[in-house]
Design a binder for this molecule. Structure first.
Ligand SMILES: Cc1cc2nc3c(=O)[nH]c(=O)nc-3n(C[C@H](O)[C@H](O)[C@H](O)COP(=O)(O)OP(=O)(O)OC[C@H]3O[C@@H](n4cnc5c(N)ncnc54)[C@H](O)[C@@H]3O)c2cc1C
Length: 609
């Protein structure tokens, strides 16, 4: 007999789920506002996915090129997102990112410096000016180190290796959450007035991905089960440059910083093929000759940017096409050459992780030879639908920020815009969740609800026989790779959705070794119940959007359509328990923002208020 009263119970005003950049920044804000704040994470503090971020965080500080300002950052973000971004979020992000970066520096982050001693900034795809504050190619590590060192002095209760299972509600409002300790398998009830999800994406649904093991879409699935809406899930970013050889490391990221430092992409004919893929709308800002691209690398401010720095969706599709046309590299990708562009000393200084990564994993010395690269699933533009001012969801008391929240990046994220997103919207979600707590009392929790959540989890352990969770996960990854990959079409998507339906039945029969203590099979089975929801949501959203835009490419609808800009795809759990998909019309963009987004660069450089 399960006695809920016997279960460990911890009470907070705000519970933050996730201790990556977004979660820690949110928790710091809550603590600052006097909230009793708890933060839980699947892994140890400091080990979240954010730690893997390499290239940098985007903020219009204007340290390297003083022509930069928030309006140009905003314009770049909207253009990169194919104008499907939530306008106000893109405005807030561009305006507040510089302050958040400087604040991180005040907390102790040691950025690379310019010769004048300012925070150095590097070029990245889709950003008009050098904009990414960075620490070599280990920016995420420095960000997490700084936030972690700072947050442990703010009175935040940090619960590590604690896995959230589901949200508890009373009167429609958040009342807490049930979780379990990874090590012991024991359950814990968190009572809280507000919960902030900062749980990251769901990249582990694909077999070729840059994402860490933690990315199983837990926040998306828990929010969905709690009645929150999800949005824009068809937009999954395939980063153009993942490692492709040897097979054991396929998918590991090769930072865009390599191209930011001057790296070029070549096909098997040694041609710089990106010149053949410059989209009309970026033509006026992109160099169309090697000479001009080289002048840009030499620091000529009048030269246009090389085509290797076009947005990720464009570069990924260009590589795919070269491979399809028989001009791919030996192992089915493209060559990325930095060796002929920069000195060995510069490469080792600015890209130390890349140097070691290739040396150790592929036995390639990138200061002498080109790398082989190809697209890898990297980022979720879509996620939990949030209010653009407050980061609240449609469930009172539930907030979301960071990669698990939707809106800022529209159809395609610009590199570097995630790390600044974490800081800007982590802070805002903490701020508004705290305000919510000041106005609302702690709701009571229902023993029945707690019991149901625990029974769902323990059923997996109590079966005589059943299916292997690892094999089901592998099957899911194959389905997503083959049916919901970088290019999609109706027939493939419908087949994929049918296969996902079959896997859902298999998941009901999943079984793990019956031990409550550290049990990887059990953890994997629980992850499955989340990642399957994220996968189904991506496939269904991809089916409904009959056009190609940013991170969503349909072979049967190859162009962007005017109508495609008029709606977002929303996912919600129906009253019958089935997943509902609908198109929600977007409101008219605020006039002042639409004016900026469609202004010329010259106008924005001059008019910098
Ligand atoms: C290799 C790589 C390089 C990148 N480089 C850059 C870059 O240079 N610039 C840039 O802007 N972006 C970059 N990105 C993207 C960026 O790193 C991520 O989008 C960002 O770090 C996400 O941060 P987050 O705080 O939202 O989530 P995360 O950092 O992933 O944190 C998620 C947290 O949620 C916890 N969690 C998840 N589920 C549960 C659960 N059920 N219970 C409890 N806790 C849970 C996890 O344990 C973790 O603590 C890169 C990504 C990768 C993979």
């Amino acid at each position: 007999m399960l006695d809920v009263k016997e279960i460990q119970t911890i009470e907070h005003d705000v519970l933050v789920v996730g201790a990556g950049g977004a979660g820690i920044r949110a928790a710091i804000e809550c603590a600052k506002q006097g909230m009793n704040t708890g933060m839980i994470s699947k892994s140890l503090l400091g080990k979240a996915h954010t730690v893997m971020a390499e290239g940098g965080m985007a903020a219009a500080l204007g340290n390297v090129d003083s022509r930069d300002n928030w309006k140009i950052h905003f314009r770049d973000t909207m253009r990169g997102g194919k104008f499907l971004n939530q306008w106000r979020m893109a405005e807030l992000h561009a305006k507040e990112a510089p302050d958040r970066v400087r604040e991180l520096e005040d907390m102790g982050a040691v950025f690379d410096r310019t010769e004048d001693g300012l925070i150095n900034q590097r070029n990245f795809g889709g950003h008009r000016y050098p904009r990414l504050a960075h620490v070599g190619d280990r920016t995420g590590l420095e960000m997490i180190r700084t936030l972690q060192d700072f947050c442990i002095h703010q009175g935040i209760a940090i619960h590590m290796e604690c896995i959230a299972l589901d949200v508890l509600k009373n009167n429609g409002k958040v009342s807490g959450l049930v979780a379990y300790w990874r090590e012991t398998g024991r359950f814990v009830i968190f009572k809280a007035k507000a919960i902030i999800f900062a749980t990251g994406g769901a990249g582990r649904a694909w077999s070729v991905t840059s994402n860490s093991w933690e990315y199983t879409g837990d926040g998306l699935a828990m929010a969905y089960r709690a009645g929150a809406e999800l949005m824009d899930l068809e937009f999954t970013q395939f980063h153009p440059t993942g490692m492709i050889w040897p097979p054991s490391v396929k998918g590991i990221l090769v930072t865009e910083g390599v191209r930011g430092e001057g790296g070029i992409l070549l096909n098997n004919k040694n041609e710089r093929f990106m010149f053949n893929y410059i989209p009309e709308k970026f033509a006026s800002e992109t160099a169309d000759t090697i000479e001009e691209a080289d002048r840009w690398l030499d620091g000529d401010k009048e030269a246009r940017r090389p085509p290797e720095l076009l947005t990720r969706d464009v570069v990924a599709k260009a590589i795919m096409n070269e491979v399809k046309e028989g001009r791919g590299s030996k192992n089915g990708g493209a060559y990325l050459d930095i060796a002929s562009r920069q000195s060995a000393e510069h490469i080792k200084k600015k890209l130390p992780s890349m140097y070691h990564q290739f040396k150790e994993l592929a036995e390639v010395d990138i200061t002498a030879d080109p790398m082989e690269v190809g697209p890898t699933l990297h980022y979720f533009m879509g996620g939990i639908k949030v209010d653009h001012e407050t980061q609240s969801t449609n469930v009172p008391g539930l907030y979301a920020c960071g990669e698990c929240a939707a809106g800022l990046h529209g159809a395609n994220r610009l590199g570097g815009n995630s790390l600044s997103d974490l800081l800007v919207f982590g802070k805002l979600s903490g701020d508004y969740a705290s305000k919510y707590c000041q106005k609302n009392r702690l709701e009571s929790t229902s023993e029945q609800e707690i019991e149901n959540i625990i029974r769902n989890a323990t059923d997996i352990l109590n079966k005589e026989e059943g299916k292997n969770p690892f094999l089901i996960h592998e099957n899911l990854q194959k389905i997503m790779n083959n049916h919901v990959g970088i290019v999609r079409e109706e027939k493939e998507l419908i087949e994929g959705i049918e296969k996902i339906e079959t896997l859902k039945v298999d998941i009901q029969e999943v079984k793990a070794h019956p031990a409550s203590q550290y049990n990887p099979g059990w953890n994997a089975a629980i992850d499955l119940s989340n990642i399957i929801i994220a996968s189904e949501a991506v496939a269904k959203s991809a089916l409904i959007r009959e056009e190609s835009r940013g991170g969503h490419t349909r072979l049967d609808y190859p162009d962007e359509t005017k109508n495609g800009l008029e709606y977002n795809v929303i996912i919600k759990k129906g009253t019958d328990g089935k997943m509902e998909t609908r198109k929600e019309m977007r409101s008219t963009p605020p006039e002042h923002l639409s004016k900026i987004a469609f202004s010329s660069l010259e106008e924005l450089e001059e008019n910098n208020e």
